[in-house]
Design a protein around this ligand. Sequence first.
Ligand code: CO8
Length: 258
Amino acid sequence: MNLTVLKLEVGEGIAWITINRPEALNALNTVFFREMEGVLNQLSGDKSVRVAVITGEGKAFVAGADIAEMAHMSPEEGSRFSQTGQAVFSHIEQMAIPVIAAINGFALGGGMELAMSCDFRIASSKARFGQPEVNLGLIPGYAGTQRLPRLVGLGHALYLLTTAEMIDAQTAFSIGLVQKVVEPEQLKEETLKIVQTIMAKGPQAVSLVKQVTRGGMLTDFESGCNLESDRFGSLFGPGSQGEEGMKAFLEKRKPEWK
Ligand code: CO8
C-alpha cells in the first residue's frame, strides 16, 4: 500500500504506525482516514503482528482534524467526515491486538479522540491534551463526547469539553486519561518495554482479555460476565494456550505459546 501521511514499520511482532505530516502538526484529513483503514486491514491479516503502536512525527501527536479541509464542508459533508472518523476509530478499538498510543506532543481535538480509541496511552511529559472544538464553534465528531466520559468520568469530561482547556501530561495522568508519563527521549524505549511485557503473555489471552473487557463496557454486567465465562472456557482443553500456561507454571518453566 502506498502511504503518504502514515509511516508503517513492522518487525519482531510490533507495528509502529507514525502519523507523518508534521508541517500540519499531523492534522487528520481524508487521506489519513483512508490510509489508516488500509493499515488496520493489512495488520489484521498479518498474524505475526502482536501489538500496534500509534505515534506522531515532530512536535505533535495530532493537533486535531484538519481545519483547512473542514472549513469548506457542508452539513452533509461534515456528518460524513464525522462518520468516517468514527468508523476508523472504532476499527482501532476492535482490533484483535492491543493498540497503544505513544503520545509525543499535542493531542488535541481529533488527536485526543484518536488516542482515546487506543487501548491505553503512554505520554511524553511534553504532551498536551485538549478538546478545543468549542473554540471553533464545533463539538468533537470522532466519538470524543462518548469515550471521554467513559475514560475520565462525566465531570472531568464536561470540564474539558466546555472550557477547551489544554492540560499537561501529569494532569492527564491524574484524571486517568493516560496511564504513564515518561521523559520525551524515553517515549519509544518505555513504550517498547510495555509492548515486550505484553508480548511475553499468552497471545490468545491478551486478545480475549481486550475483547471481553471492551465488550463488557458496551453491555450490561450480566451479559459481560457471560461473555467472560464463554471466552474463559475457550482457553482450556488439549493444545490450548491456557493448558500450556498452567502446565508451564506447575513445571516451573517459561510457557511456549503456539
Ligand atoms: N488543522 C489544520 N492545520 C493545522 C491544525 C489543524 N488542526 N493544527 C495546526 N495546523 C497547522 C497550522 O495551521 C500551521 O500551518 P502553517 O505553518 O501552514 O501556518 C502548522 O500546523 C503549525 O501550527 P502552528 O503554527 O499553529 O503551531 P504552534 O506551535 O504555534 O501552535 C497549536 C500549536 C496550539 C497546536 C495550534 O496549531 C493549534 O491551536 N492548532 C489547532 C488545534 C485545534 O483547534 N484542534 C481541534 C481541531 S477540530 C477537531 O479536531 C474536531 C474533530 C472532530 C471532527 C469531526 C468531523 C467533522
